[in-house]
Write a protein that binds this ligand. Structure first.
Ligand code: PBG
Length: 329
């Protein structure tokens, strides 16, 4: 029978059935690509739900280790640790960040003791520890000081490295911090501790639920003098060139889905591995819409994560890592 149309190319042929679609699929997504961000708090046997991030908790260290074991059993290779510092422990100079027996070093030691193969990535920034909520030191005239902040970040990084962190992740956006941290770690002999740089971190409103989780919303002002303007793409390339030259091991773009163009362009520009951060607001939007019955959480989640991979991400930080790993099993 003669076809109605004479088409030499019929792309639908390759979509005809599941095995064929699998055969020609361009992008893979598996638990090995996922990093679970998580929140630690003081105390014992506590898992405190975070209302704006359904399914996420602030865990005491013992509970965190138990959770991390579950995540690891699901095939998730790494976690990114954030400390929920008690309000009374926050100060203008963020001194809790430099306590060698603080929450982060204790959590890292417990995690690495119990689960040596689970990679632990620690956050390098002052906002969990400052009473004003900024990522750096605040000068009397309300500016965020760069160089004095970087000094503290270096000290923090070596405390985390000593505790056993596999990678430190500066999320602060101070100038020159990657190079300074690299040099500081090397001088102390931490040659194998990697740096996951928050290379292009934008001043985004999608961080809202995370700031609820840590109680870290800035008391005054915003983060626009250090985090990037959402309108800028070329500037991300400048940041990437600097981080790469300064010794970063992995470059990250944050937030995720709204900035896939930046990720895509970076993919063409660097040979380094790339990470993308599917941030709290993105995660909570999926949860909220699915709670209303407006979208299917599981399918929208996997579609979002494969989009990161398609755009060029090697690894994805997502609060949905465990959900995704279960779906992919
Ligand atoms: C701050 C930091 C933020 C996030 C990670 N580290 C928030 C901010 O910059 O205010 C956000 C992560 C998320 O929203 O999931 N150093």
């Amino acid at each position: 029978m003669e076809p109605l149309m004479d088409l030499p190319r019929r792309p639908r042929r390759n979509r005809g059935n599941g095995p064929l679609r699998a055969l020609v699929r361009e992008t893979s997504l598996s638990p090995q690509h996922l990093v679970m961000p998580c929140f630690a708090r003081e105390g014992r046997n506590l898992s405190e739900p975070i209302p704006s991030m359904p399914g996420c908790h602030r865990h005491s260290v013992d509970r965190l280790v138990a959770q991390a074991r579950e995540w690891s059993d699901l095939g998730i290779p790494a976690i990114a640790l954030f400390p929920a510092t008690a309000p009374e422990a926050k100060t203008a100079d963020a001194k809790a960040a430099l306590d060698p027996d603080g929450l982060v070093p204790r959590a890292v030691r417990s995690l690495k003791d119990a689960l040596p193969h689970l990679l632990v990535i620690t956050d390098i920034a002052l906002d969990p520890f400052t009473d004003h909520g900024h990522d750096g030191l605040l000068s009397p005239d309300g500016r965020i000081e760069n160089d004095s902040t970087v000094e503290i970040l270096c000290a923090m990084a070596s405390i985390h490295a000593k505790a056993g962190a596999d990678l430190v992740a500066p999320s602060d956006m101070m100038d020159g911090r990657v190079g300074a941290i690299r040099q500081h770690l090397d001088r102390q002999g931490f040659l194998d501790t990697g740096i996951l740089a928050y290379t292009a971190k934008y001043a985004s409103a999608f961080y809202g639920p995370f700031r609820d989780a840590l109680g870290s919303a800035p008391k005054a002002g915003d983060k626009k003098t250090y985090q990037m303007d959402p309108a800028n793409r070329r500037e991300a390339m400048l940041e990437a060139d600097l981080d790469e030259a300064e010794g970063a091991d992995i470059l990250m773009v944050k937030p995720g889905l709204p900035y896939l163009d930046v990720l895509r362009e970076l993919r063409d520009r660097t040979t380094l591995p790339l990470a993308s951060y599917h941030v709290s607001g993105e995660f909570s939007m999926l949860k909220a819409a699915s709670e209303r019955g407006w979208i299917d959480y599981d399918q929208c989640l996997l579609e979002s994560l494969v989009a990161f991979r398609r755009a060029g991400a090697d690894l994805i930080l997502t609060y949905a890592a465990a959900d995704a790993a279960r779906l992919l099993a």
